[in-house]
Design a protein around this ligand. Structure first.
Ligand code: NAP
Length: 227
């Protein structure tokens, strides 16, 4: 069975995840940061696309000691499994996800990845090969399910989220909307990719909660899966 997938992003009031140069910006405050840390701590794995690793070099670790201790108490690793979707194995061995924190890492590649690069990567992470060109996301999720991963938090970016939504693999979305306008037609949004052309293809959502946090608003959606 595939894992339950929760997307979490912070976006500006005009729906941008970062600047058009793909430079990370501060969109939310400490209260929302702590919510995201707890969501991460409650997940078996946290996933990002290679675009996010190259732009932001996140460690994807759980920051609060209390959250890490709670994970250990329930028999889990200190940090969730960190997964990068990276067809061509472009990730650097010096990336923060390898340098920071303990625990498992998974790099999902396609058959396009250079086997020599994969040899090096296998020393740092579990490598899953799925798909010929880009990573076959349904196949990847099935494989992650067989590894016992039941709940994945996806932290972006917009291209990976678009792929997951197009494959109907997303179950919940948390989007924090901050009180800034970033602008720029080329700035990343919650869902980039090609977009849907027909109404019948649109991803439909049910609003579960809308809550003011600090100077912005948190929206929590569930995804209505087509029958
Ligand atoms: P991304 O979504 O992180 O990664 C996309 C890449 O994943 C693709 O270009 C592709 O690269 C790889 N990929 C492999 N298989 C795929 C598939 N089946 N479907 C989709 N992608 C696949 O990159 P991004 O859209 O450029 O987003 C990065 C930006 O988002 C940065 O500016 C970052 O700051 C921002 N961001 C913001 C937040 C927030 O909450 N505000 C969170 C995360 C990221 P290959 O072809 O090389 O494999």
């Amino acid at each position: 069975m595939r894992p339950h997938i929760i997307v979490n992003v912070a976006m500006s009031a005009d729906g941008k995840l970062s600047t058009r140069e793909r430079r990370q910006v501060k969109i939310s405050g400490i209260q929302d940061f702590n919510r995201v840390d707890r969501l991460k701590a409650g997940s078996d794995a946290v996933m990002v696309g290679i675009g996010t690793v190259l732009a932001d070099d996140p460690s994807l670790t759980v920051k609060a000691e209390e959250c890490r201790n709670n994970r250990i108490k329930r028999g889990a690793d200190e940090h969730p499994i960190r997964i990068v979707v990276d067809s061509r194995a472009r990730i650097s061995p010096d990336a923060a996800i390898f340098r920071k924190g303990t625990g498992k890492r998974v790099i999902a590649v396609s058959r396009k990845a250079d086997p020599k690069k994969l040899e090096h990567l296998k020393k740092l992470a579990t490598v899953i090969i799925a798909g010929d060109e880009e990573v076959d996301l349904p196949q990847l999720m099935e494989e992650l399910g067989t590894m016992g991963i039941q709940r994945i938090m996806v932290e972006g970016g917009g291209t990976l989220i678009a792929g997951l939504i197009a494959a109907d693999l997303v179950d919940e979305i948390y989007s924090y909307i901050g009180n800034i306008i970033i602008g720029g037609k080329d700035a990343p949004t919650l869902t980039d990719g090609e977009g849907f052309l027909h109404e019948s293809q649109f991803c439909r959502l049910t609003l579960l909660e809308a809550r003011k946090i600090e100077t912005g608003m948190l929206l929590h959606w569930s995804v209505d899966h087509p029958q």
